[in-house]
Design a protein around this ligand. Structure first.
Ligand code: HEM
Length: 115
């Protein structure tokens, strides 16, 4: 369990980086920045899932648990949004709303674990 705070730090920091760069893409979906954004959000998403699974292992929580599966789909959705906005810039208002809903849903899953 001494590894837990490292996973927590990695999970939250990569979440902040992923969210910040996704919203930067929404604010300025100029294709010039596409490659850089895809690289940063890709690495952040990878670190987030690694630390998520690391914590599941430490807590001995099975992946096939309701709240974990919901979080997994929130992660999948959030990770794909930056890539979408460069191709569909006119949808950025809707995409940022979707990002907020996915973030809220994932955080509700952590703190309430409804299933
Ligand atoms: C958009 C997606 C996600 C968001 C916003 C998110 C957010 C959070 C937050 C805010 C915490 C609480 C901070 C902490 O205890 O360190 C947390 C903890 C955790 N997350 Fe995530 N997470 C996401 C995706 C995932 C995924 C995909 C997994 C699993 C594969 C995962 C597994 C966990 C676990 C096991 C914990 C520890 C729960 C606890 O300490 O009670 N998360 N997450």
């Amino acid at each position: 369990m001494e590894r837990l705070p490292y996973y927590q730090l990695l999970h939250i920091f990569s979440l902040l980086v992923l969210t910040a760069h996704t919203f930067m893409a929404f604010g300025n979906p100029d294709p010039v920045n596409r490659k850089r954004t895809m690289m940063i959000t890709g690495i952040a998403a990878l670190l987030m899932i690694i630390s998520g699974f690391g914590m599941l292992t430490l807590y001995k929580i099975p992946f096939l648990t309701g709240w974990v599966i919901v979080k997994f789909f929130c992660w999948l959705g959030l990770s794909s949004l930056a890539g979408i906005v460069y191709r569909k810039a006119h949808l950025r208002g809707l995409l940022s709303l979707i990002a907020l809903v996915l973030l809220l849903t994932a955080v509700i899953m952590v703190y309430f674990r409804p299933f």
